[in-house]
Design a protein around this ligand. Structure first.
Ligand SMILES: [Zn+2]
Length: 145
């Protein structure tokens, strides 16, 4: 079996969550999130964004995910209203289409030194596939938080 560094870059890969075709690419070790993979395993950009948003407190509270991952963060979310219902319904992924939310997402990805460019994210695809289960990483079913 080859080591990851011996695999050719630009190799065809398929997202383990949605099946989208992707290509392997050089990983930026200084990036803290949304890194490309040198191996044909993992998620496409949209599924990686989804996993980040659904599993990272306190952001996940916006979407009604990650309840009680950390009691202090859950309390903060309650205090600031991040976990509040909106007109009687939990906020869903559709908030990702709001311009002010997108500005905050871009700032967050820059602060996190994301390898991916926020402008490359297909937010409609993120919303369409929001409820697909996470199958790898910290958000997969049965994973420890
Ligand atoms: Zn995907």
């Amino acid at each position: 079996m080859s080591k990851p560094s011996q695999l050719p870059l630009g190799m065809l890969a398929f997202c383990e969550r949605c099946g989208a075709a992707c290509k392997t690419a050089k990983t930026d070790p200084s990036a803290r999130l949304l890194r490309t993979s040198e191996t044909p395993k993992g998620y496409c950009l949209e599924c990686a964004v989804t996993e980040f948003l659904q599993t990272t407190p306190p952001i996940c509270y916006l979407f009604g995910k990650g309840d009680a991952v950390d009691p202090r963060e859950a309390a903060y979310a309650r205090k600031t209203g991040m976990d509040a219902d909106l007109d009687g319904q939990k906020r869903g992924a559709s908030v990702l289409l709001l311009p002010q939310v997108r500005v905050q997402m871009a700032a967050m990805f820059r602060a996190g030194r994301a390898q991916a460019d926020e402008r490359d994210i297909n937010w409609c695809k993120v919303i369409e596939m929001w409820d697909l289960p996470l199958v790898t990483g910290k958000g997969r079913k049965g994973a420890k938080p």
